[in-house]
Design a binder for this molecule. Sequence first.
Ligand code: DAH
Length: 356
Amino acid sequence: MVDSLKAEILGAIGATTDPAALEEVRVAALGKKGRVTALMKDLGGLDPEARKARGAALNVLKDEIAAALNQRKAELQGAALAARLESERLDVTLPARPETEGRIHPITQTIDEITAIFADMGFTVAEGPDVEGDFYNFTALNIPPEHPARQMHDTFYLPDAPDGAKRVLRTHTSPVQIRTMLANKPPIRIIAPGRTYRSDYDMTHTPMFHQVEALVIDEATHMGHLKGAIIEFCRAFFDVDDLPVRFRPSFFPFTEPSAEVDIGCSRKGGELKLGNYGDWLEIMGCGMVHPKVLANCGIDPAKYQGYAFGMGIERIAMLKYGIPDLRTFFEADLRWLKHYGFLPLDMPSLAQGLAR
Ligand code: DAH
């Protein structure tokens, strides 16, 4: 009787395939209304001799069942873990994604490259809105109303803001200088890449284009730092170690002194090549931030000074990647993007090398 019950229960334990079934078997055998428990209760009706022998046999049975339950539990847990490990298996040597048709647009790539170079020089990235107040885009940059520089910008004017403020689509990224100085105390060291807008359209102009601005303000920065940073940038970006860089006096309302930056090139045979060939190509404007601009932003020009520069991103992307027509950047032509675009996982970094 005890032997056949034992065989039956151990068989049931062995046949379970999950913890819930195993628990059912346990309750049916050892639970309050379990079969072994019932036999224990019956002991009271036996005479002392028989009770002793049967009690001992039942205790052995109980121990054996408990041991079998524990062993089966461990087996089921091990099997569950093994199944989970199998189903969550990862081959870490696989590429993150199969190669797709998508490409990084040359403008995005160029912004990433510019950011990598300036990040290495300690600059962080700042941003401002595309819909900009006339104050930030012009007035605070020392371009008051009626100033002739306003005409040069072919501005898109927008309806006034609800509070009556004049609004424009920003014509350059320089207003981010103002926003950054109003919101932060020096030392300041930022670049600001982003979209800009002017009403103009031909081989070298589109109504929307991109610029990157740089601004450094502290107590000690001078024109030598400006030159050093720009020369370093040009040589790193165009990957020409001895690229000549020339600073030519110029005028901007928001810098004094101001300069335009030229890099060395050759135009022989109608082909443009960058390097030490005797010819020059203009690529950006720069200068020492005008004391009036500092004062407009609540920064004491007697204590603080610094430099700024700004350049067109399409222009330097066209130069570096040999893209002849600016308008093609924004035609969203997949064949063009496949040709000039970059692979998604090739993020530019100084350590890995920028694209060339
Ligand atoms: N904002 C100027 C433009 O769009 C470019 C520029 C020139 C930016 C000189 C500067 C600067 O920060 O110092 O033509």
